[in-house]
Structure formats: C-alpha cells, structure tokens
Design a protein around this ligand. Structure first.
Ligand SMILES: O=C(O)CCC(=O)C(=O)O
Ligand SMILES: [Fe+2]
Length: 218
C-alpha cells in the first residue's frame, strides 16, 4: 500500500492508482483497482527532454494502424523466412503473438535472439520514427519472423505513427551545437511512401535517412 501511495492519482489526472469516474462519497464504487499511465507522448519526451509541445504536435492526429500476420506451416522452413529482417517505420509498435508458437527474433549484436511468447504479454518495439526524433538516442529494434514445419503462427501488430502532414526529423528542442542532427527532415507522408516502396532490408531505410547518406549521394 505504501508503494501504491507514492503513485496515487493527483487531482485533474487519471494517471496513477485510484478510481476514476467518482463523483460523490455516496456512490457505490466499482470492484476493481485501477492504474493508469499516459504512454505517449509525455513520458518518452520527458525522458529525452524534448519540448512537450513539439511532441504533442507530432502525435496529434497521428495514425494508428494494425497488421495481422498469418504464417502457415512450411514443409521446408529453413529455406524461407516468414517476415524479412526489418525495423518498423513507425514510432512505437505493440505486438501480440496469438498462441504460443515461437517465431519472432530480434537482432542483438549480430545474433538473432528468439522472443518466446508469454501468455497474455505484449511486446513493445521502438520504431524508426522514434530513433529519428530522438536523434539516435532510442534505437529502433531490428526483428524478423521465422516459420516452422508443423504449426501455423499468428501475430497482430499495432503501429503508432506521427501526423502524416508533420515534418519528421530530430526534435528541434534536442539538437544544437553539441548535438547536431544525424537524420534529415522529411514530411511523414513521403517518408512512409518511400518506406513501402522499398524492399525490407534490416535498418537500411534508417541508414538512408542519415545526413551522411545524403552527403554521400550528392
Ligand atoms: O510476426 C511477428 O512476430 C512480427 C511481425 C512484424 O514484425 C510486423 O508486422 O511488423
Ligand atoms: Fe515488424
């Protein structure tokens, strides 16, 4: 209880422990314990010290999308790949592996590490937009899905993307003489169009977004 009290709801906020929707002392309360937090954009921008308004603007009218992936059993799984290595182009992905069939792997120091599905657990992945806006502080995660010969596999991914009309680039409030931008700027809509026009190839699109890549090209 002492630990809970440290995170008790403050007035005018639904974040923390406590009940919501309470209007009077007489009211019969619901039989549950609530704990609420804002996941985006406030906490990430606080950790990074990005200006609040800048982050709010990027996420206001942002796009939420969902993808369902079905991987049928494959007679020769070692000869194929279920989902090619890539990092997600969005800011933040929440992924659910439907049953307990393994398949997702993340790349860590050039090794593919299997992510065992845990019952009722969600996986949160940092996407390329977050790496760009944080000027490289938050790294997007490279991942892939493999298949197997005896079981089908299903996953559901939800993607959070900045507003399509906003400009994607390192946050203005982060960069300065001591922290020069390492990524270039592009309108989100164009960034996504170009992402989907390419073959998935690890983090190659993010590399293409780097300032030095453009210098190299011109
Ligand atoms: O099936 C999986 O676990 C990965 C899916 C994925 O990476 C995606 O939909 O972007
Ligand atoms: Fe992905």
């Amino acid at each position: 209880m002492e630990e809970k009290k440290k995170l008790w709801q403050q007035e005018d906020s639904f974040e923390g422990f406590g009940s919501s929707f309470v209007v009077s002392e007489e009211q019969k309360l619901d039989w549950n314990d609530m704990f609420g937090i804002m996941i985006l954009p406030l906490h990430i921008r606080k950790a990074l010290r990005i200006d609040e308004n800048e982050m709010r603007e990027l996420f206001s009218d942002g796009v939420q999308s969902i993808r369902m992936n079905y991987y049928p059993p494959c007679p020769e799984p070692h000869k194929t790949i279920g989902f090619s290595p890539h990092s997600d182009a969005d800011a933040l992905t929440i992924l659910f592996q439907l049953d307990e069939t393994e398949g997702l792997q993340v790349r860590k120091d050039d090794i593919w590490v299997p992510i065992k599905p845990l019952p009722n657990a969600l996986i949160v992945n940092i996407g390329d937009m977050m790496e760009i806006v944080s000027n490289g502080v938050y790294k997007s995660i490279e991942h892939r899905a493999i298949v197997n010969s005896n079981k089908e596999r299903l996953s559901v991914a939800t993607f959070s993307t900045f507003n399509l009309d906003s400009e994607l680039g390192p946050a203005h409030s982060l960069i300065g003489p001591n922290n020069p931008p390492i990524f270039r700027r592009v309108v989100v809509q164009k960034y996504l169009q170009d992402f989907f026009a390419r073959k998935l190839d690890g983090k190659s699109y993010l590399d293409f977004m780097k300032v030095e890549a453009r210098n190299g090209e011109s």
